[in-house]
Every structure is written in structure tokens, then in C-alpha cells.
Design a binder for this molecule. Structure first.
Ligand code: SF4
Ligand code: FES
Length: 251
């Protein structure tokens, strides 16, 4: 008999249209084993139909979010070594409908993200001077480079917010979404802020009213800060939301 240590892993499983149920497995592990590794082991050795998402296995794609002992984490970045005694319970992310087992429907989250125009909204381009216009002092190509060039300070203004990988952990952690399902949510607001702070972007006049003239925009947030604590990338959605609230009140 192997003397390899095992970890008790309870997985919340659910078929479409059925009630959730827990299944428990004893999974071999060592100091480098992640939550995602345990799910892979279960799928390979005990429950081939176990359904969950993953891709990059390195904290980049944002697809492997799950609840571990009630806390949203990236499965590929979360070591199980600290859970030797308690074991882990792995459940699907909250604030999203379960498709099967640990895979959740991301449509609502992505629709809210799309709703804030999470892309560069540039100022309308000035008509380019003809290449052969002797009166033109700056050729059109050079002018484009000038408009898009940024100082280190301008990059720094939005750099932290640009680290978002849309993993939904903040969305799962947000207690406001327990009561206000329509709340835009921390990730979409942080991403809106990322573009509003970008010196190349002129979209603030579009995004700002979307967030502050909508009672489900920034206003449901009561600054608990769970989103910021949950973020695996150091993004600070709570601060982004507070900044919009303050600006809307003239601060
Ligand atoms: S803000 Fe952080 S926790 Fe929220 S989706 Fe982006 S990376 Fe994930
Ligand atoms: S598998 Fe890509 S972030 Fe975990």
C-alpha cells in the first residue's frame, strides 16, 4: 500500500436541472500540488465526467476560478499544502449559473463587461494632411505616433487596473451581488476605469453616465473591499468604484 499522503477533496457536483450534491475523494498530493491538480487527478482516476475549466495553468487566462472552502481562488495558483488538516471543498463560483459541476455560465459577467465599452474610444481623428501638402508641418504617420505616445507617468495611471484577466473572482466575492443581481460589478467598473485613466482614450463621457446615472452602476457598492482582497492580480476594483462615486458627487 502506498504511503503517499492524501488530501480529502470534496467537490460540489451538479447536472443541469438537478440539485447539487457533494462527492469526496482522497487525492495524493505533495507540496507543489494545486487545487487544479487535484481536480485533474479526480478526473483521471475517479470521476471521468467531472467538469471544470482550465487552460494556461499559470494564472494568465482566468478560466480556472472556483470556490475553495467558500473563498474564490484560481485553481491553478492555489496550493493545497495549507489544507492538510481541513481538506478542501471545491464548489462553483457564486453569482453565476452552474452549467455542470464547476463550470459556470459567464455570459452575464461578460455582458456587464461589454456594457462599459471596455476598449479604447479614441477622439475622432483629425483629417490627415495629404502627404504632398507643402503646408503640412507634421506628416500624418508621425501625428498618429505623437497622439498615441505615452509618458511613463501616463502608463502608470492605468497600469495596475490593466492587469485584470476577467477571472470573475471579484464578482464571486462581492457581497452586494447577493442582493443586487443587476449590479455592474467590480471587474467591469475597474475595467471602465482602466480606459478612463488612459491618456489615449476619450470615452469617459460615454462610460461615466453609464456608471453613475444608473442605480445599478457604481451606487450599490458599500466599500466592503472583498473584490480587492479576492483579486489574484493586484487590481483594486474597490478603489475604482470609490473614485467614480466621489467624482459623481463632485469630489
Ligand atoms: S479585477 Fe481581479 S478578480 Fe476581478 S476579474 Fe479582474 S483579475 Fe479577476
Ligand atoms: S488555468 Fe489559466 S488562470 Fe488558471
Amino acid at each position: 500500500m502506498s504511503d503517499e499522503p492524501t488530501l480529502r477533496v470534496t467537490v460540489t457536483r451538479q447536472e443541469p436541472g438537478e440539485a447539487p450534491r457533494d462527492e469526496t475523494f482522497d487525492v495524493p498530493y505533495d507540496d507543489r500540488t494545486t487545487v487544479l491538480d487535484t481536480l485533474d487527478w479526480i478526473k483521471d482516476h475517479a470521476a471521468p465526467a467531472l467538469t471544470y475549466r482550465s487552460s494556461c495553468r499559470m494564472g494568465v487566462c482566468g478560466s480556472c476560478g472556483v470556490m475553495v472552502n467558500g473563498r474564490p481562488v484560481l485553481g491553478c495558483e492555489t496550493s493545497v499544502a495549507g489544507y492538510r488538516t481541513s481538506g478542501i471543498t471545491v464548489a462553483p463560483m457564486t453569482h453565476a449559473t452552474v452549467q455542470r459541476d464547476l463550470a459556470v455560465d459567464t455570459d452575464e459577467f461578460l455582458a456587464k463587461l461589454r456594457g462599459v465599452n471596455p476598449w479604447l474610444l479614441p477622439a475622432p481623428a483629425a483629417p490627415a494632411a495629404p502627404e504632398d501638402d507643402p503646408a503640412a508641418t507634421v506628416p500624418a504617420t508621425v501625428d498618429v505616433l505623437r497622439v498615441h505616445a505615452q509618458t511613463p507617468g501616463q502608463v502608470k495611471a492605468y497600469q495596475g487596473l490593466s492587469q485584470c484577466i476577467d477571472c470573475m473572482l471579484c464578482y464571486a466575492a462581492c457581497p452586494v451581488l447577493d442582493d443586487v443581481a443587476g449590479f455592474t460589478g467590480p471587474a467591469a467598473i475597474a475595467t471602465a476605469r482602466r480606459w478612463d485613466l488612459d491618456s489615449r482614450d476619450e470615452g469617459n463621457e460615454t462610460r461615466f453616465p453609464l456608471l453613475v446615472e444608473n442605480e445599478e452602476g457604481v451606487w450599490p457598492c458599500i466599500q466592503v473591499g472583498a473584490c480587492t482582497r479576492a483579486c489574484p492580480k493586484g487590481v483594486d476594483p474597490a478603489r475604482a468604484i470609490a473614485d467614480y462615486q466621489r467624482e459623481a458627487m463632485g469630489g
